[in-house]
Design a protein around this ligand. Structure first.
Ligand SMILES: [Zn+2]
Length: 423
């Protein structure tokens, strides 16, 4: 099946630039990009279906490096800082996922919203029950989302309703991974929720599994000041929070660390040495009053930084929104610290949520931008009326798209060249 797609393509590059392909056509053959050409003569091309998106903006499918499936129902309604918010709103909600119908309905709602926002690849936590994690994989697979999903591990400092037994959860890891790891577009991710929720024994075992089986690892690091104080109390023998994970060999080039707001120079150095990935979640960090991560500083010193919506502390699954927030909080940090060079520009934020994230996940030969030979994962968005009628300069298209907060929902979304969503 050959499909011809026409519109204004924004094509992110590995050097953080964005190419504007205005009035271009992309020809896809069985989901793979075969041609990218301007002013193509439609009559001279053989195709089965033609999608003429006219003045709409077409971007590569967005990549969310950190979010939580079960928390989708709690968007916006909680309050307080991290530890109290988890106890008051999130743990009781995740406990409800032991009920199968609730888990299925909630998970479907999450994935449908995710796709409608143009996200085609995501790294996620399920609810902590084995069944909830399996349901997440089943629905992700059914909807064709490129999915990296982990069962959050929590065998201490956790309410009885969701606490896990160490031995049992290790068995659950293998059972879920046996069924779902590298099946179709799914990968299993080892997911110690955060240091405070895991016993030394659990962290040790997970570190061993990561080393022997090569899974991605995801966890939270240095998100809030109170969390840092607690980590100091619970792990008095280690010099800092990052060292807790390092002690158990959990810091590798396939480890995704969410937040990383409060890191000292030694920790930054360690994360760079271990080549870990950082998921910057600016919306969540505002919502929980956690702080502002120094994203530009990390990027400039060679750390691998991507973006995550961190729903439900983040209050939208839109990665365009997250990109905009990354820019906006960097401006606040810049003016507050009187450092003009730490502002994140829109093109950088866009690359972080597309091609750079694809590189970190090892899938950039398949997706992440528009190149011949890659799969066609893409989302089509409409510009605001006021911008449609304006004569935009090429470099203005991306900001017109990213700051169009009234139109976060895509018109159409493609995965592997298949139209999976259309409004
Ligand atoms: Zn999170």
């Amino acid at each position: 099946m050959r499909k011809l797609i026409k519109g204004i393509f924004l094509n992110p590059k590995t050097d953080y630039s964005v190419e504007v392909l205005n009035n271009y056509c992309i020809l896809i053959n069985n989901g793979i990009i075969e041609k990218i050409e301007k002013d193509i003569e439609i009559n001279e091309i053989q195709f089965d279906v033609f999608y003429d998106f006219e003045d709409k903006i077409i971007i590569p499918g967005l990549i969310d490096l950190h979010t939580h499936i079960p928390q989708f129902r709690a968007i916006g309604i909680g309050k307080g800082e991290l530890l109290e918010w988890l106890n008051d709103y999130i743990f009781p909600l995740e406990a409800k996922f032991s009920e199968k119908n609730f888990a299925v309905d909630s998970t479907e709602l999450f994935f449908k919203d995710l796709i409608s926002k143009g996200t085609t690849t995501a790294v996620m936590y399920s609810s902590p029950q084995k069944q909830a994690c399996e349901i997440a994989f089943e629905i992700a697979d059914e909807l064709s989302v490129r999915s990296f999903i982990g069962l959050p591990l929590m065998d201490r400092n956790t309410p009885d309703m969701i606490i896990q037994n160490t031995e049992q959860v290790i068995k659950d890891i293998f059972s879920i991974a046996d069924k779902w790891h590298k099946r179709n577009k799914c990968e299993f991710v080892l997911s110690p929720r955060f240091a405070l929720s895991c016993s030394d024994e659990l962290l040790r075992r997970v570190g061993e599994i990561a080393a022997s089986d090569g899974f991605f690892v995801q966890t939270h690091l240095a998100e809030s000041k109170k969390e840092l104080q607690e980590v100091k109390l619970q792990f008095p023998e280690v010099e800092n929070y990052t060292s807790v994970y390092d002690k158990y060999n959990l810091l590798t080039s396939r480890t995704i660390l969410a937040h990383c707001i409060y890191l000292n120079e030694a920790e930054i150095e360690k994360i760079r040495d271990r080549n870990c990935i950082i998921a910057h979640c600016p919306t969540s960090n505002k919502f929980l009053r956690s702080g502002i991560m120094q994203a530009k500083k990390y990027i400039d010193c060679g750390l691998k930084v991507g973006l995550g919506t961190d729903v439900a502390a983040g209050y939208s699954l839109s990665m365009l929104n997250e990109g905009m927030e990354a820019c906006e909080v960097s401006k606040l940090l810049s003016v507050q610290n009187d450092e003009p060079n730490i502002v994140i520009e829109a093109d950088t934020a866009f690359c972080l949520s597309t091609i750079k994230a694809a590189e970190y996940l090892g899938i950039s030969e398949e997706v992440g931008n528009f190149e011949i030979g890659k799969k066609f994962d893409a989302a089509v968005f409409e510009l605001a009326e006021v911008h449609k009628s304006a004569e935009l300069k090429e470099e203005e298209y991306l900001r017109a798209l990213m700051y169009n907060i009234d139109k976060r929902t895509a018109k159409s979304v493609f995965i592997d060249g298949n139209l999976v969503y259309h409004k």
